[in-house]
Design a binder for this molecule. Structure first.
Ligand SMILES: C[S@@+](CC[C@H](N)C(=O)[O-])C[C@H]1O[C@@H](n2cnc3c(N)ncnc32)[C@H](O)[C@@H]1O
Length: 371
């Protein structure tokens, strides 16, 4: 899991180091375009001088932010990235010529994604909790994961590649594929869940908290920004994003609160209808908080759910290093392309390992009934 490095010293060399690090550690193996581009930037002292001289040190110097800003503004080679010296020259010349616009985007935006495909890993858990549900997502971004009942899902056996169950909203324009497997002896929660229509949970209330909530229906620029942040060479991810935006376009927008997830959680949770099962959940979010803040969040969720008059649960889907007290057993059936999996935990007990973008679900155990 990547934690952003914050420069203490702001000069061309620290920027160059940061781009080289990004190229080697993050882009290599994931995006040739980004790997090449950031490697060339790291060897371009004049361009690094521009970056260090006109952007404040810290998050605004993240390579991802510059790359996305140029793509957002339809800069050259937005999809493929430079290939060779002359292509880099064109990218560089365009970026310098449009620097005021690029800088404005960098200063106004933050790196944030929203991966609706993760709903494929949340759905079986949500569908088997006592219904109806009140969903509260912290770090909700554009809120696309707050609509698990508005997508379709195709679950396929990861080992035999056999097609399994297809569930979800029948007319949805978004269908998410998910490979499933399980540890020997672990039973997987039934999909569809017994009693849930179309395998879907019944959601009566949805709300989200984000430092910077995006609005997929009312702000087309927000969606363009989310697309710009996706790395070149991953058309499936872009297609999932577009399809999910289409699927929720006419749906009522969940209640979205701007602010810090620890600060805002108690008041927002108090708004959830008491007769519904409150589900506080998050996917790929707590990594952005320092460990002591994650512990504070954990204490808050525990006490909030314990004191709530109605039922409540906590679902976390984070890299195992993020909540280190939730220990994840070793596993052997995820595939190399699943990369570093996330740990899906229900009330701090791991139930599955999941692909980073919801493409895989490896069950470790079946949650007890009503858990
Ligand atoms: C990687 S995105 C994941 C978004 C979404 N959960 C998903 O899985 O698609 C992380 C989100 O967490 C938000 N975030 C980070 N720190 C936060 C904080 N302290 N309070 C609220 N939101 C935060 C970011 O703004 C961003 O939208």
């Amino acid at each position: 899991m990547v934690v952003n490095v914050v420069n203490v010293v702001n000069n061309a060399q620290t920027v160059a180091d940061r781009y080289r690090d990004f190229s080697w550690r993050q882009a290599r193996g994931r995006s040739e375009a980004h790997e090449e581009l950031t490697a060339r930037i790291s060897q371009d002292p004049e361009f690094c001088d521009l970056l260090s001289g006109s952007l404040p040190a810290g998050n605004k110097q993240q390579p991802n932010l510059l790359l996305a800003a140029v793509r957002y503004l339809d800069g050259p080679h937005a999809e493929q990235g430079p290939r060779g010296e002359s292509a880099y020259g064109r990218w560089r010349e365009w970026t310098i010529r449009h620097w005021d616009e690029v800088r404005t985007v960098i200063m106004r935006r933050t790196t944030q994604t929203n991966e609706p495909g993760r709903c494929a890993t949340l759905l079986p858990l949500l569908a088997r909790l006592p219904q109806p549900l009140a969903l509260l997502e912290v770090g909700a971004s554009a809120g696309l994961c707050l609509h698990p009942d508005r997508y379709r899902y195709r679950y396929r056996n990861a080992v035999t590649a056999e097609a399994g169950t297809e569930v979800g909203a029948p007319e949805s324009p978004a269908t998410f594929e998910c490979r499933t497997s399980r540890e020997a002896g672990a039973a997987a929660p039934t999909v569809p869940a017994p009693g849930a229509a179309d395998g879907l949970p019944e959601i009566v209330w949805r709300a989200g908290i984000d430092l910077n909530p995006l609005d997929p229906a009312a702000e087309p620029d927000d969606i363009r920004w989310l697309h710009a942040l996706l790395w070149p060479g991953d058309p499936d991810r872009a297609a999932r994003l577009s399809a999910a935006v289409e699927a929720v376009r006419t749906a009522p927008r969940p209640r979205m609160v701007r602010g810090d997830l620890v600060e805002e959680l108690p008041a927002l949770a108090a708004e959830a209808p008491p007769e519904a099962t409150l589900v506080v959940f998050h996917t790929s979010v707590l990594t952005y908080l320092p460990l002591d803040r994650r512990e504070e969040f954990a204490r808050l969720v525990r006490s909030l759910l314990a004191e709530r008059p109605g039922p409540g649960h906590w679902i976390s889907n984070e890299h195992h290093s993020v909540l280190p007290w939730i220990t994840t057993p070793a596993h052997d059936t995820l595939r190399p392309e699943d990369g570093q999996p996330l740990t899906l935990a229900l009330d701090e007990r791991p139930v599955a390992l999941t692909g980073r973008h919801g493409e895989a679900l490896h069950w470790l155990r079946e949650p007890a009934a009503g858990e």
